[in-house]
Design a protein around this ligand. Sequence first.
Ligand SMILES: Cc1ncc(COP(=O)(O)O)c(C=O)c1O
Length: 396
Amino acid sequence: MRYASITERLQSLGSEKWAIHAEARHMKAQGQPVIELTIGEPDVPPDPTLLAEAVRAMHAGRYRYSNGRGEPPVVEALVRKYQKRRSDVTAENVLCFPGTQTALFAVMLGLVEAGDAVLVGDPLYASYEGVIRSTGADCITVPLRPENGFHMKAADLEAAITPECRALLLNTPHNPTGAVLSAEEIAEIGAVCRKHDLWIVCDEVYEQLVFRGVFASPFDNPDLAERTIVVSSISKSHAAPGFRSGWAIGPAEFCTRLLAVSETMLFGGQPFIADMTAYALDNPIATAAIMRQSYKARAARFAETLSRAPGLVPLPPEAGMFIVIDVSDTGMSGEEFAWALLREELVAVMPGSAFGNAAEGYIRLSLTVPDAHIDEACRRIAALAARTVAPKERRA
Ligand SMILES: Cc1ncc(COP(=O)(O)O)c(C=O)c1O
């Protein structure tokens, strides 16, 4: 049978990246004591009031068909949220999607196609290349340098631009590195985007999880309003990834044009989840603050312990739910280290290669486990590093 080329383009960009995670789950199901540090699944439940609101809404009959833009209560709550950042936001700037991932997919589909190119920092979130390539556009990487704390620099962006470039896919706070761009850096990046007439799609799913530095966004800069689209969700901020509730906020014309794409794709969302999301956005809920505090402490715990291990260099985050470790001094790639760690020490981590070429020497650890697991994981990670580094040093 004949298939469309998208199935070829995305072959190695989907679940293949999560092979270690899948193997770890398989080993756990067989009873092996694997410590899982792979995915970014919050380890706290959503606030009980969110669940109560979803249940209330279901019992109130909020399970009928919705519309393409989003249920009025959640659209209004999003207008209130983003009006605090830019006073000109109205319902015309809002589109709801089932999660940031779907928002990214639809937004890219609305901006680029075959023959175009999209710029993205490298390291990059695992799904970005697939999101870009699914449209037929090319993905052009901008180096995010460890010596700059993985912050995108305007000069590096400008050097990467080709005549085909139509958009920059920006991610701040950043996954996997946890880098948080400053307002000054964003202004410089924005100036390059204006000069080259690029869209800025800004993934802000970790907005609420900044523990060093101050969150800033091109969306907050009126000079960039006409070209900026923010995508985000309640997955991380409210520890509610399974509800699949996200959005895109962008210029009114963009939203009007994308509405037809969204309607064709989704035929609307779930009203009871919309009500729950509106409740989450409108009420003071402590979940993000709780996670911020624990992820900051856990990142410090990993960094302190693993910095004493041979061949390992922790690269502490400013935000988010991960820490990246440079394992290149062990002589192994991140991929080799991660597989050896799973097979020999029963610790599952993501190999840096899932997050672009620049991350090949790294592994990424999730901060979503309790301290006892962190301490035991550090012991096992250090043991593998010691076994790997020691023979080399003996030979030297
Ligand atoms: C940077 C980034 N963007 C998007 C997503 C997907 O988020 P959502 O659950 O809202 O689809 C994730 C999930 O880990 C992420 O890390």
